[in-house]
Design a protein around this ligand. Structure first.
Ligand code: KIV
Length: 271
């Protein structure tokens, strides 16, 4: 295996250009050197070091126990394996409860190798988003189902099903775009709302369980490989099952399916 980095660097601008050109992009999570190498080497544009590591790596029931130290450690491992994908790092639970705290913790992740940070929340994040972007830290705001708020939401439930809540998500996404967010991530909303948010925003929208119309798609690597125990969510597809080319074949199949508009299909969407 060569340790030379590929001559390919995805930036925020790449994602913005892809949106303008109507070309879909792909994102996957990774948590260490080898999975980051495989994911980026197979053509995935964005690697997310997600706080989902609390569940798929650490074995917790949710992402709440994950610390900023955990995130820094995994981002450092991932950046060594990354072959030119844009590296997004998650700010974990309670690491961005104020603007100043979000700046200090985002700086930790950027020093470990993140190129953009992700924060879960709506319009209340506008000031932090403005502060971070003004200080040179690109921001992705994670809306819809926000797993760090699982206790407040009463479980991992589809969001934006009633028209007022759907409109609120659109309005708050616009506020965050105005505050400087470079990307919006939308989790677990009806496909129609995914399409409306994508249409309303100039910045790229990444979807997970948000239908086929978003500019990019993201999956947790362990879901794509069928590695996480338990019943998978509706939006999950196991790309390894029946794939003769192993893990790399599964990742390539995911990239191909997203770019062709074949994933997510109607069976992976909420109505
Ligand atoms: O932490 C994570 O992996 C995420 C994805 C589910 C989008 O936030």
């Amino acid at each position: 295996m060569s340790s030379q980095k590929q001559n390919r660097s995805v930036t925020i601008n790449t994602l913005h250009q892809m949106k303008q050109q109507g070309e879909k992009f792909t994102c996957l999570t990774a948590y260490g050197y080898s999975d980051a190498y495989a994911v980026s080497d197979c053509g995935v544009e964005v690697i997310l070091v997600g706080d989902s590591l609390g569940m798929v790596v650490q074995g917790h029931d949710n992402s709440l126990p994950v610390t900023i130290e955990d995130m820094g450690y995994h981002i450092e491992c991932v950046q060594r394996g990354n072959q030119g994908a844009l590296l997004m790092g998650d700010l974990p639970f309670m690491s961005f409860y104020s603007e100043q705290v979000s700046l200090e913790n985002a700086a930790i992740l950027m020093r470990e190798g993140a190129q953009i940070v992700k924060l879960e929340g709506g319009a209340w994040l506008a000031e932090s988003t403005r502060l971070l972007t003004q200080r040179g830290i690109p921001v992705c705001c994670h809306m819809g189902l926000m797993p760090q708020s699982v206790n407040h939401l009463g479980g991992f439930r589809v969001q934006g099903r009633d028209p007022a809540q759907a409109q609120e998500i659109i309005d708050e996404a616009l506020v965050l775009q105005d505050a400087g967010a470079s990307v919006i991530l939308l989790e677990c909303v009806p496909a129609e709302l995914g399409a409306r948010v994508t249409e309303a925003l100039e910045v790229p929208v990444i979807g997970i369980g948000a239908g086929p119309a978003t500019d990019g798609q993201i999956m947790v690597l362990h879901d794509l490989l069928g590695l996480y125990p338990g019943r998978p969510a509706k939006f999950v597809k196991n790309f390894l099952a029946g794939n003769p080319d192993g893990i790399q074949g599964a990742i390539r199949a995911y990239v191909k399916a997203v770019k062709a508009g074949a994933f997510p299909g109607p069976e992976h969407c909420y109505s």
